[in-house]
Design a protein around this ligand. Sequence first.
Ligand code: CP
Length: 351
Amino acid sequence: MAVKDYIDTNDFTKEELLDMIELAQSMKAMIKEGGRYPLILKDRTLGMIFQQVSTRTRISFETAMTDLGGHAQFFGPGTIQLGGHETLEDTARVMGSLVDILMARVNRHPDVVGLAKNSAVPVINGMSDFNHPTQELGDLMTMIENLPEGKKIEDCKLAFVGDATQVCVSLMFIASKMGMDFVHFGPEGHQVTDGGLVVDKTVDIMAVAEENCKVSGGTITVSDDVECVKGADFVYTDVWYGLYDAEEGGESYMDVFYPKYQVTMDMMDFAGPGSKFMHCLPATRGEEVVDEVMDDPERSLCWVEAENRKHSIRAILAYLLLQHEAERKADEAAADEAEARMSAVLARIGK
Ligand code: CP
C-alpha cells in the first residue's frame, strides 16, 4: 500500500523521492521545451486550505493543477467553516468527499496530520510550524539541476545559515535522506539541535535525521563557528524570525543574528568559489542576505528555486493522486451501468 499523504518526506524512501524528482523534471521539460501539457489529472479537483498567507505555494499548486488538466479551489482564512464551529475532523471528512485531493498550510502541524487522518483523499502539507516538505522537494530538484561538475547529490554539502526555521528542519531531513553533508551554522538557542521552531518538542528531529544518515551515509554538523560553512556547495538561508512565533523574551533577532549570520559575498567565497546561494523566499533583503548575493546571476539559485516549486508540486500531485486512484481500482461494470441509467434519463428529457 502506497503512502496516502505527503506530510513529511521521512514517510518516503530515497528512491520514491527521486522518482518524484524524475517525474517533475520530465514534465518540466515537456512543458517548457515543447509546450506539451500532460493532462494526467484531467477533471480532478484540488482543495487548498490556507491558514497563512502565501505567494509561491498557492500559485504553484493552482497552476500545477491547471497544467495537468485539473482545477484548484482556494480556501483562505474565514472562507470555510473550519476555524468556526466545524471541527477539523468533520471538515476533513466532508472535504475529502467533495474534492479529489487536498493541500493545507496550517498554523500547527497536528492540524495537517488530523486532516490526513480523517480525509478519504490524499492530503499534502503546504507548510506547518514543523516542516515544509513541498519546499524540500523543489529544493532537492534545484540542487540536482545545479550539481557541481563531477559530483552526485550524495557528494554535496549543504550549509543552512541562521535560524532553525521549519525550512531548516526540512532541509536537514531531505539532505540526510539523500546522504548529503548537512550543516547548520546558527547561534546557540536557535540551532536545529534546540528543536527548531517545533512547538511539539516530543518530536526528536535529530533522532529522525540521524536515522536517515545511518541508511544514507549522510552527516549532520551543528555549530556557531563559521568554519563549518567551508566547502559548502550550497549555502541556504531563511528569515531570522520564523513565520509564526513572535520574538521571545524581548530578544531582538538583529542582536542575535547580525552581522555574523548574514549571507554576504565574503561568506559565499569562504564557502567556496563555486558555492551557490539558496533561499526559500520571501527574503528580508539586508537582514539574512545582502542584495549582492541574492541578485548575483552566477551564485544565486533562489529564482529558479521559486520556479521549481511549481514543477515539483506537479509531480507530488500526480504521484499521490494517481497512486491513490490505482489502489482504489475503478469498478468499470458499475460505471457502465450508471452511465446507461444517466443516458436513459437524458434521453427522456430530450438531451
Ligand atoms: N517559500 C514559500 O513557501 O513561499 P510562500 O510562503 O510565498 O508560499
